[in-house]
Design a protein around this ligand. Structure first.
Ligand SMILES: [Zn+2]
Length: 281
């Protein structure tokens, strides 16, 4: 069991403008939009407690974004005055993990006092025992994605990688993207790992599904396959789609919807063979 923890941030409500400032980038005397981000510590993506705040200052003319350290003294002065009016109040949920955990502990204590003569009775017997195995297989496949798949081993992934290279903006580092495709009967699994997915706006992330399909259509007839597509970020699945479901909100996708791909697997030997080639970073 490993614990996922770290730091994330979210944009806070308060936004304000700096007026009549000269942009260090484009030289235009105009307005700037100040956005405040509140970062918080999270455990398993549950906001736990608030950390520091940071601000970005965007030129409304050239759209260049500056940090607080990069702006001119003139802007700095107006920024400080703006902060007095719009301090950037945090939402309550930045610290909600603490509240939830206290609630659980309290419930646990109350529960143990009330007592339960047969705790096994309400065990979740409905869970499919295979589901865990499929999840393991998916995790292995996610680990096996390669930034430079070869034509001989995974021709579709090879094609995808080049298609992405051609279609995506230059700002995204190609070496930070990894690809894998697998077939199971008429089911096709396509996994793309994009460590820099944070650089794509959340709302635009779902378009990656369309891009993947377009790239695939150059090589295969999509009507011949049931498509299972997962776009993985640095840590979790971000966008996923299956023949029957779609999770394309763009933040954390439910990768359960990809698991039916692994049902009725004809031959597992290819997994074992490929396991030998897993790349350890
Ligand atoms: Zn500018």
């Amino acid at each position: 069991m490993f614990i996922l923890y770290g730091r994330r941030s979210s944009k806070l409500k308060d936004q304000f403008k700096l007026e009549h400032c000269t942009c260090p980038n484009c030289g235009v005397n105009g307005t700037f939009t100040v956005s405040t981000f509140g970062s918080f510590a999270h455990i398993f993506f549950l906001p736990f407690f608030p950390l520091f705040k940071s601000r970005t200052i965007e030129c409304d003319n050239c759209l260049r974004t500056f940090t607080e350290k990069e702006i001119t003294p003139e802007m700095q002065d107006k920024l400080q005055r703006g902060i007095q009016v719009y301090p950037g109040k945090r939402p309550l949920w930045h610290g909600c993990g603490c509240l939830i955990i206290f609630a659980f502990i309290a419930m646990g204590i109350i529960g143990s006092f009330l007592g339960d003569s047969n705790p096994d009775e309400d065990y979740d017997y409905e869970e499919d025992p295979m589901e865990e195995t499929y999840q393991d297989e998916l995790n292995i496949d996610i680990d096996r994605t390669l930034s430079h798949p070869t034509k001989s081993r995974d021709a579709l992934a090879y094609h995808l990688a080049h298609c992405f290279d051609y279609e995506l903006t230059e700002e995204l580092d190609r070496d930070q993207m990894e690809f894998l495709t697998r077939e199971n009967g008429n089911k096709l699994l396509v996994l793309v790992k994009m460590k820099e997915i944070k650089r794509i706006e959340r709302k635009e992330r779902k378009q990656l599904l369309g891009l993947i399909k377009n790239c695939l259509a150059e090589e295969i007839d999509l009507n011949d396959y049931e498509l299972y597509i997962g776009v993985h970020g640095k840590i979790t699945m971000m966008v996923a789609s299956s023949p029957t479901e779609r999770d394309d909100y763009g933040l954390i996708a439910d990768d359960d919807i990809l698991l039916p791909f692994y049902e009725d697997e004809a031959d597992e030997s290819d997994i074992n063979m490929l396991l030998d080639t897993t790349v350890i970073e």
